[in-house]
Design a protein around this ligand. Sequence first.
Ligand code: GLN
Ligand code: ZN
Length: 765
Amino acid sequence: MSTTVAGYPRIGPARELKTTTEAYWADRLGEDELVWIAQQLRADVWKDLAAAGLDAIPSNTFSFYDQVLDTAVLFDAVPDRFRGLTGAGGSPATPLETYFAMARGADGVAPLEMTKWFDTNYHYLVPELDPSTRFRLVGDKPLREVREARELGVETRPVLVGPVTFLLLAKAAAGAPAGFRPLDLLDDLVGQYVELLDDLASDSVAWVQLDEPALTRDLTPAELAATARAYARLGGATTRPRILVSTFFGEAGEALPVLRDAPIDGIGLDLVAGPGNLDAVARAGGVGAKTLFVGVVNGHNVWRADLPAALATCATLSGLAADVVVTTSCSLLHVPIDVEAETNLDPRLADRMAFARQKVEEVVLLGTALRAGRDAVAAEIAAAEARRLAVPDQLVDPRVRERLAALGEGWPTRGDLEHRVEAQAAALGLPPLPTTTIGSFPQTAAIRAARASRRAGTLDEAGYVRAMKTEIDQVVALQEDIGLDVLVHGEPERNDMVQYFAELLAGYAATEHGWVQSYGTRYVRPPILFGDVSRPEPMTLRWAAYAQSRTSRPVKGMLTGPVTMLAWSFVRDDQPLEVTARQVALALRDEIHGLEAAGIRIIQVDEPALRELLPPRRALWGAYLDWAVGAFRLATSSVAASTQIHTHMCYSEFGDIIGSIDDLDADVASVEAARSRMELVTDLRKAGYRRAIGPGVYDIHSPRVPTVDEIEKSLRLALAAVEPARLWANPDCGLKTRSFTEVEPALRNMVTATRRVRESLPDGG
Ligand code: GLN
Ligand code: ZN
């Protein structure tokens, strides 16, 4: 009976990994220094976990960018375009430079595609494979970390992405023969994992953790058979550590009997996102001589664990396995580091929460209760329960409850689509292939300084509003000069959009230090949605209205949709998500009314996270999509036919939820597509999508400026699937992470490319 965690944040308590990595990218820090600081960060984690009293400590949970990319590099799954690159100073790229080139692109070299990691807001880089990919164990990162920890006196369990998940998350490289599936390469890849296991065993590593979250998705019989084959071979390897196969984010389902019968030593189950795992283990007749790693402490949300319930779960499962290890439901990568660092929160709200450090304490406490008996820690458990159930102000707002109760059943509706298309054409008078952006413009030093001074109280409200209006003036003038058709105000008042709205909505609280990694060095500080939500005051009205007053072209209002407001927050778990989503939708509905009344004719409601909350198993999709679509429609359905509703989505695979994107009933959807080479447009055509679409024509995550020819090519690719009247031209996503020196030429090229395409249209545009 012991305790562990599935993984731990790697960013450092003061975001050290971000600052040093960015300094290295900016040539202000050498590679050696970056590597050294990373080593200190790892050392601190191991020492902390050991000091907290965990029995088993993970390693190889550090990454300079992403663990899937680490796995690709470990096994040399490096596409040819990243080979032989030139690094700083003209010498051949170092391995680290090549690694970052795969993540971020390099001169003339597009990065790997990026997409979301299951239902989290973490993004991984998608490996590109084809039949010529030859996996070779070329790296030694897992072993190096084991040795590093050992020098500190800490024995660790290296954590790796498992071979099945790696291949299921990979994509066929452009040019791979039709019908090729990355999973076809499983036997080769497993051969290399066997070598790795051998290396680890030779270094006396006792356990290895292979993360297989993809096993909580629906698998085909062939995929299940492949899983069985892979683990038969890995388990059958002559020299190997003990193997833990961890599943996260849902129920192991059909994969559970496969793992039970495989010659491995431990199975990790997520009892938070997959409560049905409990019965499933019983139905399977237990897991025999294996150890169950029971994930009862939620790694994906910030609320304290229900310790008595967790204990009951562990007790039940300990009768069904040779041994039980208490652990987290998934890596703690997805939660901030320490709630004790938060000094501005309502103490009763802080009481309810546990961040990574506190979750480790919960795991340790559960371990003690299981070992020594609950009575031995009765006082600690009672104290934890009292805190978990503390009642902060604003938990319940009767007015919000009444308004919700008065809503009708079913999805709210807008008028007929064709009528809307005509009314909007008359109201807006846009050319074919209208050009626009996704909302944000670069966040300059001046903008950040103004927001910071406002927060610090050194800039008064009037001064702040003046600063924002100056920015809006500049961005509007720039867009007119570039020749964009639909303008935006540029979002200078928000850094993170969800955080911005959360600050203005009742029912939300903000943390000061609650950072979690979103991708690479982009970290977010998700707000805490803990109580009933409402909108006390207009939120975006004055910025949008001001921008509109500066131009005769339409300005698009910019809001964040209910699903995204939930997905990128830590959301209360004391009521169904669906109820919380409807509360947010009503608040947005109020805001949209205000914008429309102020003369804003186009309103975009971003739902980049629509796909993110999709449950891993298809059987649960319908119920989720029903409330997700319902909430979007509740927010957007009260506008006139002539008011155009846009939505925006990015960095997910939307191919299999196109029907629901259609159900949102937005007039225009802009969707990230450049990294996946416009695959989405083909999917849309196949699905008979009837609305207007703006597939992103260039990738905004790369600093390189796309050429006119490239953008023209993307637009023509899109036109092969969508008629010109329904096509928009826009970048992949918001521009806030870029600089004006990149954005201005890129947008000019986009406008030039669009004009070229327009001129070549049959009726001359
Ligand atoms: N309107 C937002 C922006 O442009 C959209 C951000 C997003 O999709 N993540 O920044
Ligand atoms: Zn986006």
